[in-house]
Design a protein. Structure first.
Length: 211
């Protein structure tokens, strides 16, 4: 199933069903892609307007970058679900002999690492999208679309925190201390850089709307 090709209704129904995947990770990826899409939309609406002609060149670049982020995040929806299914399949492996137990344990651990790498990539992409949106906000854009850019910040912030939850829940079962330490440190660094910037961007948008 290519999750990105489903209708909105079908995707929501699948998430709401008893199927274990897609779950929170895929939803976070979708939310992040929508945040990037809103940034691309505001960039598109900034171009071709005489009033915002001085911002048009930068807006075109923002649209291109946001579109690339959107596409990659949509792909991660499916990758996240596939990684989860890899772990599920590993848990179903036989464990009758000691050799089978060792192989099963190794497969589970590898699957959990895959389940960690995907949301960590989401976090990196979210940070990039937040930074892109903030720089766009600072450089100048079509003010009639300010609320859309504000929603982009909120979507990306929520998606990043959701991805972090998925990283953490997998790290709690991974036995490789170096891997756990590396990914925990990476995640905290990304959060500390991106979340304050997203909040600052949202606050600036709010100020513009209320002015």
């Amino acid at each position: 199933m290519d999750l990105a090709e489903l209708s909105v209704r079908r995707f929501a129904e699948t998430v709401g069903s008893e199927a274990p995947a897609p779950g929170g990770g895929s939803v976070a990826a979708l939310e992040a892609s929508l945040g990037a899409a809103l940034t691309a939309m505001v960039a598109s609406l900034t171009q071709g307007r005489k009033k915002y002609a001085e911002y048009a060149e930068n807006a075109a670049l923002v649209q291109q970058k946001a579109g690339a982020l959107q596409d990659r995040l949509l792909a991660l929806m499916e990758e996240d679900s596939r990684a989860f299914l890899q772990v599920s399949e590993a848990f179903s492996l036989p464990k009758d002999s000691e050799e089978q137990k060792v192989l099963r344990s190794a497969a589970i651990q590898e699957g959990l690492k895959a389940c960690t790498r995907t949301p960590m990539e989401m976090m990196r992409l979210c940070e990039g999208a937040i930074s892109l949106a903030f720089d766009f906000l600072e450089a100048g854009f079509n003010l009639s679309s300010a609320s859309d850019l504000g929603v982009a910040f909120l979507s990306l912030q929520s998606a990043m925190q959701g991805a972090w939850l998925n990283v953490l829940i997998n790290l709690s079962s991974i036995k490789d201390p170096d891997f756990v330490r590396e990914y925990r440190e990476q995640g905290v660094t990304l959060l500390n850089r991106a979340l304050p910037l997203a909040e600052k961007g949202y606050t600036k948008v709010l100020t513009l709307i209320q002015a």
